[in-house]
Design a protein around this ligand. Structure first.
Ligand code: NI
Ligand code: MN
Length: 225
């Protein structure tokens, strides 16, 4: 499993020959100006919630690639209304896709489309695929619901928001990694805007002091699990 950071909360996940994008918000992110969305491959697009900083480039990429969008019922209804293909889910539900199993899990946040219309309840994803299990938290506060994840799934990587203000910050993300029982963390949802700028060295040191590994990738950089 290969994971690429495209800035903010945008990820590329490659499992065998299948390409998955998560929350593509690239064209309006000045820090990601070197990423061309027309060059991104997508068989599936996972969307955690309806906020602009998670859906901005979904329509353009899905139109070009015919990717299947996976999200909650309300987000999928919205994109189906634009003529795009989607697979609706809701909290606690799992589905076996060709690349692995996806479960839509709780997040504590809000979710409305840019025009104010209802985006359903926000979520995160647990993906079990190619003998690797990952948790993509989405935008969320620290929540006890995270403790449910390791009851069923032994995670190899937890992808957690760490930018604070709109989501968990670093100290709560450390507790979240305890809750999900995973000491390998990829941080996201930081630095894009002034509200969520972080001190990288301090963040890494705080995780290191708890015997945890926080990875912060450059935009466009990948890791192999
Ligand atoms: Ni949000
Ligand atoms: Mn966000």
């Amino acid at each position: 499993m290969k994971i690429t950071f495209y800035g903010h909360a945008s990820l590329g996940i490659q499992i065998n020959d299948i390409n998955i994008l998560v929350d593509p918000f690239i064209t309006a992110n000045e820090k990601a100006s070197h990423i061309d969305i027309n060059g991104l491959k997508a068989d599936y697009i996972l969307v955690t919630h309806a906020h602009q900083d998670h859906i901005l480039d979904v329509e353009a990429i899905a139109k070009r690639t015919n990717a299947v969008i996976i999200s909650n019922f309300e987000v999928i209804s919205h994109f189906q209304g634009l003529g795009l293909e989607g697979h609706p889910m809701n909290h606690g539900g799992s589905w076996d896709f060709e690349f692995g199993t996806v479960k839509y899990v709780n997040a504590i946040h809000t979710s409305s489309f840019p025009d104010g219309s209802y985006g359903g309840q926000p979520g995160g994803f647990v993906i079990e695929g190619e003998h690797k299990n990952i948790y993509i938290a989405g935008d969320t506060a620290l929540t006890y619901d995270m403790k449910l994840i390791p009851l069923k799934t032994k995670l190899d990587l937890a992808i957690l928001p760490i930018g604070d203000n709109f989501t968990m910050g670093i100290d709560d993300a450390i507790l979240a990694s305890d809750f999900v029982e995973c000491d390998k963390i990829l941080g996201y949802h930081f630095d894009t805007f002034g509200y969520i700028e972080i001190d990288h060295e301090e963040a890494k040191r705080k995780f290191f002091d708890k015997n945890k590994d926080l990875m912060l990738l450059k935009i466009g950089e990948s890791i192999e699990l």
